[in-house]
Design a protein around this ligand. Sequence first.
Ligand code: S3P
Length: 158
Amino acid sequence: MAKVLLGFMGSGKSTIARGLDPDYLDMDALIEKHLGMSIADFFATKGEEAFRQIESEILADLLQTDQVVSTGGGVVISQQNRDLLKTNTDNIYLKADFETLYQRIAADRDNQRPLFLNNSKEELAAIFQERQAWYEEVASLILDVTKLSPEEIIEELR
Ligand code: S3P
């Protein structure tokens, strides 16, 4: 069974996954490898819908593993993905407040996310709000990470 980390952009999924297991599987990195280009370039040329299709296929593959898996923040959007995630019993939602997440996303120069670039702060807040129930629907554990350091989160999850 995979140990799946869920949460909005900036919630620390990859950092925590790496801390739990250096051999963790990063969904976005695998998608980029599959696409042969960055997610930002793929969004710009083929659009979000095409991205979501590939994302679903990679999710299905990752759920067959016994690895720690860091997902992309939008993996919970589709009912199909949520149904798939519900077949996995170890889904950890790294929950944080929007303002904290927004500051992190905005400061992350190495990872310019298309949803950040293409939406106003208000629009991104609406996307965040809409997704809350979806993360909670598939989570087997919800951890409020807003005030926790990566070390504290990793300790908590061990
Ligand atoms: C997305 C989150 C990103 C990436 C893509 C779409 C989203 O992953 O999959 O840009 O819809 O929230 P991170 O959550 O790892 O930034």
